[in-house]
Design a protein around this ligand. Sequence first.
Ligand code: AMP
Length: 112
Amino acid sequence: MSETIFSKIIKREIPASILYEDDLALAFRDVNPQAPVHFLVIPKKPIVKLSEATIEDQALLGHLLLVASKVAAQEGLTGFRLVTNNGEEAGQTVFHLHIHVLGDRSFTWPPG
Ligand code: AMP
C-alpha cells in the first residue's frame, strides 16, 4: 500500500489535532469538519479499507469502535454518528481505514 496522509499523521510528519492515541489507534480532528465535532479514528495498521480487513483484524476493529465512543464522551457527545466510506464510489478519499465521528448537531436519515 502506498503511504497516505494518515500514515504521515501517525509518524508526526504532518501536524494534526490529536485527541487520543494508544498502541493500536489514533483519533484526530477532521481538517474539513462536517459537524461542530468531527474527528477520525484510525488504526495504526495501514488497512486500506474495511473490506480489506480480515479475521486477524477482528479485535482491532472492535477496539476502534470503543475508541470512537470513548473520545465522543471526552468531547461531551451523547448522540453521535459514525460513518465509514468504503471505496471510491462510497466517497472514500483517503485509503487508510477510518471511522468518522460526527456530533453536536442533528442528523437526517437516510444519509446523503
Ligand atoms: P473519506 O472521504 O471518508 O476518505 O474521509 C477522509 C477525511 O479525511 C475527510 O473528511 C478529510 O477532510 C480528512 N482529512 C484529509 N486530510 C486530513 C488531514 N491532514 N488532517 C485531518 N483530516 C484530514
